[in-house]
Design a protein around this ligand. Structure first.
Ligand code: FES
Ligand SMILES: [Fe+2]
Length: 406
């Protein structure tokens, strides 16, 4: 068994989930091998045309930021990004600065990171603590957001202290995902409703036990969708990534499973062919679970470094200030079942490798494409092929959600 138990108890891999995970990922490998043997790929019904304004129109961008990123649930992080009581993170990429805290009772709470005195950011540097003090005039809040300290409080007579707590933002935590809706006092977040049928596949990853190893913030001079699109097809592997990803995975071959707004896709790893003719019992235990795509902007790469162990590579692409800029938050996690004797440095090197590929290859071509689409001739449309099936579904979902939004 490759899965090694990791102490302490609450971080140990669950044997039942391990069985479910292996079953799901082995089924995926069988289908992947079938595609590799037949040299075919999953296909959509027909090609799809996209108007460049989807990537370049500032007004569409403004509406999208509101409808998709402020009003819908968005993953702010994984549970162990704030593992212990008093841990906190700020999450600013949606626009409003959001403060996410693990309370004494281990619940997750989210607030606008905005002091109810005069609006300054309450937390600018995250660390483990029992209270938060605004650096402007020193108002102090407990981890539940309650105002508990007010220097010179006689100046605020007549102001109700109970109404000057931090403003709550809807947040929920389940399956190791911390999900927010970035609208103060907005509707509660229901993680099961958000994930729909995908919840089962997400649950067996045991994301709640995954520990962050390395993180990067990667800017791109491209619309967030142009950048995100580069994750959802393997058509470009051999041409854009001949020396990197193109060496590791087959080009233009994909297994695609739709889960409503979400999807799972798999890109065949080249070494799968080494055991294509062997009995399944003789397959080496290569961890590979494909890419889990969570709408609107998250990819979980369930993958491994051969001979080192499994990692979860989580990338989230956010719109930045203008239509032609985006910000990617990329974090590599160590799953609980990866074992405790693994060489962390190898994962850090792999994280740096992916960061470099994304920056110098994917986001370099994204910048060029974005510039060209900005000046595209009237009537020009980009085209997604039948082989770019995941992107077609994703864009259809976005179109549907944006229809009639203003
Ligand atoms: S703005 Fe925070 S204490 Fe004044
Ligand atoms: Fe790529």
């Amino acid at each position: 068994m490759d899965d090694v138990i990791l102490a302490p108890q609450h971080l140990r891999a669950d044997p039942d989930k391990q069985v479910a995970r292996h079953a799901s990922h082995y089924a995926l490998r069988r289908r992947t091998l079938d595609r590799m043997r037949s040299k075919t790929t999953d296909l959509d019904a027909k090609p799809m045309l996209i108007d460049p304004s989807v990537y370049t129109d500032p007004d569409y961008f403004r509406r999208e930021k509101r409808a998709i990123f402020l009003e819908m649930p968005v993953v702010a992080g994984l549970s162990r990004d704030i593992a212990e009581p008093g841990d906190m993170m700020t999450f600013d990429v949606l626009g409003p600065s959001i403060l996410i805290v693990r309370t004494k009772s281990r619940e997750v709470k989210a607030f606008l990171n905005m002091c109810p005195h005069r609006g300054a950011k309450v937390v600018t540097e995250c660390s483990r603590r029992t209270r938060m003090t605004c650096r402007f005039h020193g108002w102090t809040f407990d981890l539940e957001g309650k105002l508990i300290g007010q220097p010179g409080k006689e100046g605020f007579e007549g102001i109700d202290k109970d109404e000057r707590g931090l403003v709550p933002v809807p947040v929920a935590e389940k399956y190791g995902l911390i999900v927010v809706r970035a609208t103060a006092n907005g509707d509660p977040v229901d993680v099961d409703a958000y994930l729909g049928d995908f919840a089962g596949e997400i649950a067996h990853l045991e994301l709640e036990k995954a520990t962050p190893i390395a993180s990067s913030t990667i800017p791109a001079e491209a619309n967030w969708k142009y950048a995100l699109d580069t994750y959802g097809e393997s058509y470009h592997f051999a041409t854009l990534h001949p020396q990197t990803i193109g060496q590791l995975a087959y080009s233009n071959m994909m297994i695609y499973d739709n889960y409503g707004l979400h999807a799972r896709l798999a890109f065949p790893r080249a070494e799968f062919m080494d055991y294509a003719d062997k009995d399944e019992a003789e397959w080496p235990h290569t961890f590979y679970g494909g890419l889990y795509m969570l709408f609107p902007n998250m990819i979980i790469n369930v993958n491994s470094i051969i001979g080192v162990g499994q990692f979860y590579g989580v990338s989230r692409v956010f719109p930045a200030e203008t239509v032609d800029r985006s910000t990617t938050l990329m974090t590599t996690y160590q799953p609980a079942h990866a074992g405790e004797s693994v060489d962390i440095q190898k994962w850090q090197e792999m994280h740096a490798f992916i960061d470099r590929v994304v920056t110098t290859e994917d986001y370099s071509v994204s910048r060029e494409g974005q510039q060209n689409l900005t000046y595209a001739p009237a009537g020009f449309k980009t085209v997604l092929g039948r082989n770019e099936i995941a992107l077609q579904h994703w864009h259809r979902n976005l179109n549907r959600l944006m229809a009639g939004r203003n």
